[in-house]
Structure formats: C-alpha cells, structure tokens
Design a protein around this ligand. Structure first.
Ligand code: GLC
Length: 748
C-alpha cells in the first residue's frame, strides 16, 4: 500500500496551496497512480518551478566541488523558492535533513530534493576501486560491495549515486580506467548489472538503497590518446558492440537514471545527441528513467562548437533528452524564455519534469522525503564490522598474482626479519583511490600494518620509504638497502598515488613514476627474495620487474582493508584468485593493445616482415586480459561439445573438466571465448562470452559447463542489425585469453 502514503501526501499536504484529488479507482502501488500524482503536481507548477526540477547544483557545504566552478551562495533561497530539483555533494543525515526540511515544509512547491553523490566504491567503508573489484570476476562479491555502499550512503541521506561507471577503456593512459571494469564488454556488463543490483536491490523504496546511474553515456572511454574529455570518433558498430553493452546490462538490471558524457561521438557531443539520448536510449531501448548531464556538459556544448550560446546549448540539451542540468545553469537561465518563445515546446519541458518527478516517486521520496536517514542510523552503520569484513573479502579476491617464481609466495609468518620498503607500503591515503566519497585515511589498514598484524610476534618487521612516489631522488635508498640486506625477505610496495588516476588524471607513460624503478633495481640487486606489491589505478608497464623480480602482486587501490587483504595473500591465508580485467602493455608505445582485436589482412607474425607489428617489441602484451596465477595449479582436460552443429533454436553445451593438481584449495576463473570465423563484417579474433569462478580442494575435479545460445553469437552486422549469422565458430576455454583450447562448431 505504498502509494497510499504517496497519494495521501499528494492530496493532503498543501503544495503551493493546492491539493491533488486522490484517485478513487486507481489501485495504489501502480504506475498509473504515480502518473496521476505526477500530473497533479505538474499541473500546479509555474514555469520557473518546472525548470527548477531540472536544476542540479553542488552543495555549498563541505568539500563539494567535483568539477570546475564555484559554490553558490543562494542555495537556501532557491530551495525555499522551490527552484532546485537536486543537490549533489551534500551528505550527512543532519545536513540533508535540514535542507529537505526547507524543501518539503517551507518551499512553495513542497517537492523533495534528490541528493546525489559519487558513491563509486564505498561511502565511508571504502572498497577496492572498481577496476580492482572487476579483477575478482566475482559478481556476487561486487554486488555486496555496492549494497554495503548503499546502506551507508542512504543512512547518510544520499538518494542517488553517480555510479556504476561502466565505460569500456582500451587505453590505460586514460585516468578513468580505474573507475570502470576494464576492456571487455561482457565482463563490463556482468559487473555493471551486479553493481546496479547492489545499489538498488529489488526494491528502491527500501531504506538501504541508492538510485543507480550508469555513466558516462556514452563511449567516454574511447578518448583519443587516452586524454580525458578528448574526441571520441568511433563507428556506430563499435559503439553498439563494444561501448554500449554494459549500459544496456545496467539499464536492464533496473537502473532508473543515466548520465550523459562530456565527449562527442563522431562529431556530436553526447549531451546534445538526440539520436543517442532519445532515438536509441528511449525509443530503441525503452528507457523510462531520467538523464542527468555530467558536470556542466550542457554548457560545454558551446566549447564543443555545436552551440553558439548557452541558450542554444540549453535548447540542444533538453530537446536531445538530457533532463537535468548538472551545474551548467543553462536550464535555469534560459529554458523559461525558450519555452515562452516556443523555441522549446512546453511539452518537451513537461516530459523532462515528469521523468524527474516520476523518479522521485519511484525511489519513495514522496513516501518519506527523508528516506529514513538519521544521525543515529548513520552512526550505527558507518564502518560497521560486517562492512569491513565485506571490504576485506572483496579486496583479497581482487588481488592478482602476476608472478611467483620458485613459489616464493606465500611467505612464512615466522621469518626472523622482514623488510617492508617503498612509498606505498605505509601510505594510509593512496589505498582509498580516487572518488573516495567520505573515506578517511585514518580508517585505512596500511600494507605495513597488515603485515605487522599477520606475522609472528618474533618476526622483526622494519620499514623504510626508500623514495617518494613521483619525485626523482635517491636519498632514501641507503637506509632502504641496508634494511633489505639484513632481511630474510623484502616486500616492496611501488606504484602510483591516488591522484594519478581518476578524472582529469591521464599519464603519457605507464612506467613506475619518479625513482621507483631505480629503487626496485637496487633492492633486487641485493640478492634478497623480493616480493613486489603494486598499488596503481591503471595497468603499469613493468617489463624489468617481470624479468627480474621473483614475485609480483597486483594490489590496485584496495580501500580501507588494503593491508589486511594483502597480508592475507602474502602469507597464504587466502590463495589469490584474481584475473586481469585489462591488458597490461609492455610499454605505452604498444597502446592500444587489447585481447579482442580484429585479425586484419596481415595479422602480426614475428617471422613475417609484411605483417602488423612493431620492429622493437614482441607482438604480445606483458600480461594478457584474464591472466592471473594461483598458489595451487589447475589442469584443464579436453573440452567436450554436446553437438558440433546447432540451429538458432538450439543450445550447445561446452564442458571442460577442471582439476586442482596442487596442494591447497584454490579458485580458478574458467573463461569461455568465442570467435565468429567469417562474418558480413570483420569480427574480433575472440570475445569473452562466459566465465565461472570455481573453487576446488586439492586433488578435486569438476566439470565446468557453458551453454551457448544464439544470443552469444549476435553482433551488429553489415546492415547495422543486431543478429546472428550462420557459419562456423570457434569456442575457446582456458585460464586466460592467451591460453585456451579450441573447438569448431557450426550454426546452421
Ligand atoms: C564529474 C564526473 C562525473 C561525476 C560528476 C559529479 O565531472 O565526470 O563522473 O559523477 O562530475 O561529481
């Protein structure tokens, strides 16, 4: 009977001195009841108040600038006037309740505000950055991470997260690769849906939910040169088959909003792109939610050179299908006049306002504008022990073992002396990663602390920074090398700081910054056993380390439980199971390099001059997509097909027997790739179409089965139709994209 409250609200609380009639014959709880309530409100709003619902400003309180510009001084007056629809970056039960009080009880419209925040990988309990979580290949762990983030953020008065970020990224120089799930549309789609389920659950009216907002729609990750905000020029086919699947999966999982991106796509900026935001998103996909612009992306239509003035930008945005204006002020300043002059039909304005009001109804804001937030609830939930346990669990699942020569890892917990060296070993700030919402450095377990907690009391753990992250200098080397020389093993933590990835944080190289490479070489040259732990927001080019360092862990930015999770893996309390969600190039000069590439007419061949390759590099990346080692070993028996030929109506089962041939329990991500051998257009040499993360005790075996349907084989064909074509296909199964066994089957 949820809408009963809503309709009581709509009919009894004076809104600008009017009362909507509570419908007699429409059952509460139906969309029809929401539509009727929306129409009732809309009919009573002035033009300025309608436009106000499409306006989103950043908070004037706390650290609220997540884009260029200034805080406004008139926020309170505008809330009282009922001419703001949403505020971002205001958080905390106290502040949000105070602002909501003004909106609901004092303003002329009484319409609740929508509070938004970038809850990307946690609110106060910070989880691993999304690229790290993708490396877990564990959608249920990722869903839990998002749900815990929602529990905490909702308790703090947040209704809407600008997440999940689902941009496919093929260029690791792009700083925002850290916020997504890597290079693959299938893995990206699985993670996008998991995060939407975690944020929204099945009931957006529950107190522990957030409205999800898959972003940045669309193809933002295709920026030329990996430079943020740069030009994206991709074909419609690449857009549909590479960049859009994670968005479709997120919206199919129920996300009720999305965010238009800064970039252009082949000449048309997304925020003013009617084909993208209306023809495809709403008409083709049937999306009924709302679209918010990115920060000032409406205003930036002028800089893009497709709008002469801010007024023209406002007209472009609203008619393209961008409902809410984040921080450009284009709609507030110009929509009223545009509507009065007829340049923007009032029906277009009304439809955008309806979408915003409908969304507020759907998330229960009219049932309870405070959505149960309270300082007491907030205090009881933030950093809850269960949340910390969930953070530790997904963090250790996100760690990727890249090398373990001579089984150096796991280390013994009772080594007499351990040297912990490097600028990231004792950092309590960098493990938070970019977009750390309300995460605090004092909440972080550093690597050094995690190690200290894990080893025996008799073990002497000594720390030396060695060098800084990004400045060149070797003053700290002597002290670090002295520790290394007297230690039984060295744990060396190197990488990037948290500000070297994320928005507007692109790098022209993928090398270890500063003098870290020199420190690495000096420490290795002591001859002591060295474990390199990387902390980074993007693939790094570490060919020297790969050749000379016995053990390497990819530790990303793992959040508040970083030190405990890394120690769990370093000392064997957890057997690493992560797999790379993105290719690691040998050098930036290899970029773009990704696994699901086309064959070309002259596929690379080191022994054939006239083929696609570099003269000065091998054809292969440093580490391939899907790669990751274990402390145990697995055997893949020959794959078996249930049939060699199938029709569109059939399913084809592919089975492989997996055995744990090592001495301890381990989890393996069995991956299935498919190649369409001949198509009406060129097709990738392989595409991930399924995976199973399987846990096996030592000595155990298990059949792992994949089911192929025609949906696995569809693509955007030469006529731009999404369909399957008959012919032969190659199915590949293995532990990563560069190690597979293949079988051929035919689709009739
Ligand atoms: C930023 C980002 C976007 C974020 C928004 C609000 O510019 O591009 O991802 O959600 O502004 O902070």
């Amino acid at each position: 009977m949820r809408y009963a409250a809503l309709l009581v609200w709509a009919s009894c609380i004076p809104v600008m001195g009017w009362c909507a009639d509570s419908p007699k014959n429409i059952p509460p709880g139906s969309d029809a009841s929401i539509e009727r309530a929306v129409d009732s409100i809309l009919a009573r709003l002035t033009l300025e108040q309608k436009v106000g619902q499409l306006v989103q400003y950043t908070s004037s309180w706390n650290d609220s600038l997540t884009g260029p510009g200034e805080r406004r001084a008139d926020i309170l007056e505008r809330i009282e006037a009922g001419t703001i629809g949403s505020i971002l970056n205001a958080s905390g039960a106290r502040l949000t309740r105070e602002l909501q009080d003004i909106a609901v009880k004092q303003s002329r419209t009484g319409i609740p505000l929508l509070f938004g925040l970038d809850v990307i990988h946690g609110y106060r309990t910070m989880f691993p950055v999304p690229l790290a979580e993708a490396a877990s290949w564990d959608p249920s762990a990722v869903e839990r991470s998002a749900h815990v983030s929602a529990i905490e953020a909702a308790a703090a008065g947040i209704h809407w997260t600008f997440a999940p970020m689902v941009d496919i990224a093929l260029d690791p120089r792009w700083g925002r690769i850290v916020e997504g799930s890597g290079e693959d549309p299938h893995l990206g789609a699985v993670m996008a849906a998991a995060r939407v389920r975690g944020f929204q659950t099945h009931n957006l009216r529950s107190p522990s939910t957030l409205l999800a907002c898959p972003k940045h729609f669309a193809a933002y990750g295709g920026a030329e040169g990996g430079r943020d905000y740069n030009t994206v020029d991709v074909s419609e086919r690449t857009l549909r088959d590479l960049y859009l699947p994670p968005f479709k999966a997120a919206l199919d999982a129920g996300a009720l909003s999305t965010m238009s991106s800064f970039n252009e796509i082949a000449g048309v900026p997304s925020t003013g792109n009617r084909w993208l935001l209306t023809d495809l998103l709403r008409k083709e996909w049937g999306f009924t939610g709302m679209v918010v612009s990115d920060w000032n992306s409406i205003g930036e239509l002028v800089k893009h050179g497709v709008a002469e003035t801010l007024a023209e930008a406002a007209r472009m945005g609203i008619t393209a299908g961008t409902d809410m204006d984040m921080e450009a002020d284009a709609y507030w300043l110009h929509l009223p006049e545009l509507v009065k002059s007829g340049a923007v039909p009032s029906a277009v304005l009304d439809e955008a306002v309806r979408r915003v009001l409908r969304t507020k109804f759907r998330i229960g804001l009219f049932d309870d504008p405070y959505r149960w937030t309270s300082t007491a609830t907030e205090r009881s939930l933030l950093l809850h022990p269960d949340h910390l346990a969930a953070a530790r669990d997904v963090a250790r699942k996100s760690i990727v073992l890249l090398k373990n020569h001579g089984q150096l890892l796991p280390l013994r917990k009772d080594l007499p002396r351990l040297a912990v060296i490097g600028p990231l070993a004792d950092s309590d700030d960098d493990p938070l990663g970019p977009w750390s919402a309300k995460g605090r450095r004092e909440d972080v377990v550093t690597l050094r602390e995690g190690i200290q907690r894990a080893v025996s009391p008799a073990t002497i753990v000594e720390y030396a920074r060695g060098c800084s992250i990004d400045t060149v200098g070797t003053d700290g080397f002597p002290a670090a090398l002295a520790l290394a020389r007297t230690a039984d093993a060295v744990i060396l933590a190197l990488g990037e700081d948290r500000d070297m990835s994320g928005e507007a944080a692109c790098r022209s190289t993928l090398d270890l910054p500063g003098s870290q490479q020199a420190l690495l070489e000096a420490v290795v040259q002591t001859g002591k056993p060295v474990v390199l732990v990387l902390m980074n927001g993007r693939p790094l080019s570490i060919p020297w380390a790969d050749e000379h360092t016995p053990a390497i862990l990819e530790g990303w930015f793992l959040g508040v439980q970083a030190g405990n999770a890394l120690a769990d893996v370093l000392f064997g309390d957890y057997n690493p199971s992560g797999k790379l969600p993105v290719t690691f190039p040998r050098t930036a000069g290899q970029v773009p390099i990704y696994y699901n590439h086309k064959n070309t007419g002259r596929p690379g061949d080191a022994d054939d001059h006239w083929t696609s390759k570099y003269l000065d590099l091998p054809l292969t990346p440093l580490y391939p997509f899907g790669y990751g080692l274990s402390y145990t070993s697995f055997r893949y028996d020959d794959i078996r097909l249930s049939r060699n030929s199938m029709t569109r109506e059939d399913t084809l089962r592919v089975t492989v027997r997996l055995s744990n041939t090592g001495k301890r329990f381990g989890e393996e991500v069995v991956q299935m790739y498919i190649r369409d051998n001949v198509g009406s257009v060129t097709r990738p040499i392989m595409e991930l179409k399924g995976f199973h993360k399987v846990g096996l005790e030592a000595g155990d075996s298990r059949d792992v089965e994949f089911v192929i349907t025609q949906d696995c084989l569809k693509f955007t064909d030469h006529a731009m139709q999404y369909r399957v074509e008959p012919g032969t296909f190659t199915v590949m199964i293995g532990p990563h994209s560069a190690q597979v066994q293949s079988r051929i089957f035919t689709l009739q």
